[in-house]
Design a protein around this ligand. Structure first.
Ligand SMILES: Cc1ncc(COP(=O)(O)O)c(C=O)c1O
Length: 424
């Protein structure tokens, strides 16, 4: 560490500043300190990232990696996007946090910009993806009671097998992953599960008490599971027929990741409510939102919902700058082109260890054969300088920043090939 031992941590911070202090830690010290003081709710790969730039990251020894995790799709703009960073510097000359007890011009602009970007009417700003979904759940329930006429406390929301919507107790309560919910009950009632990508089964699950269908257009955490063509449109029609709200959770698929602004735009499947997050924070800070049609959003009255940091001027500036960059730098087109290159590259490896490559845009999943030791493969990826992690169904996720360059895609693919070849 960059300090003398007799100084307290607070004195060291005062003397050196936190970034310098952090830079003084070795990788081993950072790992050890995390394991000692951090709750063990994650099992990180054994690499300590000290710097990021675009689609690349470095550990403390100076080893360079291609970042194919991209903070689970949140770092779409690359690490430390210049424009986003510049907007932060500029905003920090003026104002960063007020709470929603007051109006601020930045948040006003943010809500207008996000509503327009999403082709919807109104926005309820939050911070995390889970909160965006919780907000949608509350909106849908209140809409069911006050507009649709469902008897009090009887509202049902249909969700899908294999879903991932976050980690709150309500949300894990309707997860189908035993590991996410074991020992965390009792859970919130009012959720019904249907198979993913099956419109008929969804329709069969609808009752007069159904408020909404909450679903991802592609199950990303669930293993990059892409539903059949036409399913989104069918779901939209079924929702209209039964007066059920359609809530797309595009926290991971949204903002050009799949090659459109939103994955639902591949079909005529406009949502009533949309949960967004991750890249909305420009790869820098948490910004999320529930966005929706006015008829639904207007059920919220003062006091119904809130968040101290949800809708703060700094986050608003970051998000709007991030949106403008996505739009002006053609993130949708870039995701299509980079995704095609990535997929073609992975397929051209012709590795016997690859079972299937599934992708839409730059949301790429590589499923490996059952006999592959995925622990070994993950470590091979690290050895060859590729950051990636397994999702469910033995599928490795490649969600690098959308700003990744062709040469970096090629390099990542080549390294994936080496990692697969090195399997014993
Ligand atoms: C589809 C989806 N919804 C919600 C979430 C939760 O987002 P957060 O981790 O920001 O709460 C995620 C995170 O991976 C996600 O993929």
């Amino acid at each position: 560490m960059a300090s003398t031992t007799h100084l307290s941590l607070w004195e060291e911070i005062a003397k050196f500043g936190v970034p310098t202090l952090a830079r003084g830690l070795t990788d081993a010290e950072a790992v050890q300190m995390t394991e000692r003081y951090g709750a063990h709710n994650y099992k990180p790969l054994p690499v300590n990232i000290v710097r990021g730039d675009g689609a690349e990251a470095w550990d403390g020894s100076g080893k360079r990696y291609i970042d194919c995790v991209g903070a689970y799709s949140a770092v779409a703009h690359g690490h430390l996007s210049e424009k986003v960073v510049a907007s932060i510097h500029e905003q920090l000359e003026r104002l960063s946090l007020t709470s929603r007890a007051f109006y601020t011009s930045e948040v006003a602009l943010f809500m207008k910009g996000l509503a327009e970007y999403c082709d919807l009417d109104m926005v309820c700003p939050m911070n995390t993806g889970a909160e965006a979904n919780e907000t949608c759940i509350k909106l849908a329930r209140k809409w069911a009671y006050t507009v649709k006429g469902v008897p009090e406390d009887q509202a049902e929301i249909i969700v899908c097998d294999g879903n991932f919507h976050g980690r709150t107790t309500t949300i894990v309560g309707f997860s189908s992953e035993p590991g996410y919910k074991k020992n965390f009950g009792p859970f919130t009632p009012g959720f019904v599960t249907a198979p993913f990508g099956d419109a008929e089964a969804f329709e069969a699950a609808i009752t007069p008490h159904t408020a909404a269908f909450l679903v991802e257009p592609i199950q990303a955490e669930g293993g990059i599971i892409i539903p059949p063509d036409g399913w989104m449109e069918q779901v939209r029609r079924i929702c209209d027929k039964h007066r059920v709200l359609l809530i797309w959770d595009e926290v991971q698929t949204g903002f050009c990741r799949t090659g459109r602004r939103f994955a639902w735009q591949y079909e005529d499947a406009r949502p009533d409510l949309l949960a967004v997050g991750k890249p909305l924070g420009g790869g820098i800070m948490p910004v999320s939102a529930a966005v929706g049609r006015a008829e639904v959003m207007e059920v919220f009255k003062p006091g119904d919902h809130g968040s101290t940091f949800g809708g703060n001027p700094l986050g608003a500036v970051v998000a709007l700058t991030a949106l403008a960059e996505m739009e002006l730098e053609d993130f949708a087109g870039r995701a299509v082109r980079a995704g095609e290159r990535f997929v073609a590259g992975l397929r051209s490896l012709e590795s016997p260890h690859i079972k299937e490559v599934r992708a839409r845009g730059l949301l790429v999943g590589m499923e490996v054969q059952d006999e592959v030791d995925s622990y070994e493969l993950t470590h091979n990826f690290l050895h060859f300088g590729v950051l990636t992690k397994e999702t469910r169904h033995r599928t490795f996720r490649f969600t690098p920043p959308i700003v990744i360059e062709d040469s970096q895609v090629d390099e990542a693919v080549e390294r994936v090939g080496m990692a697969l070849k090195a399997l014993v």
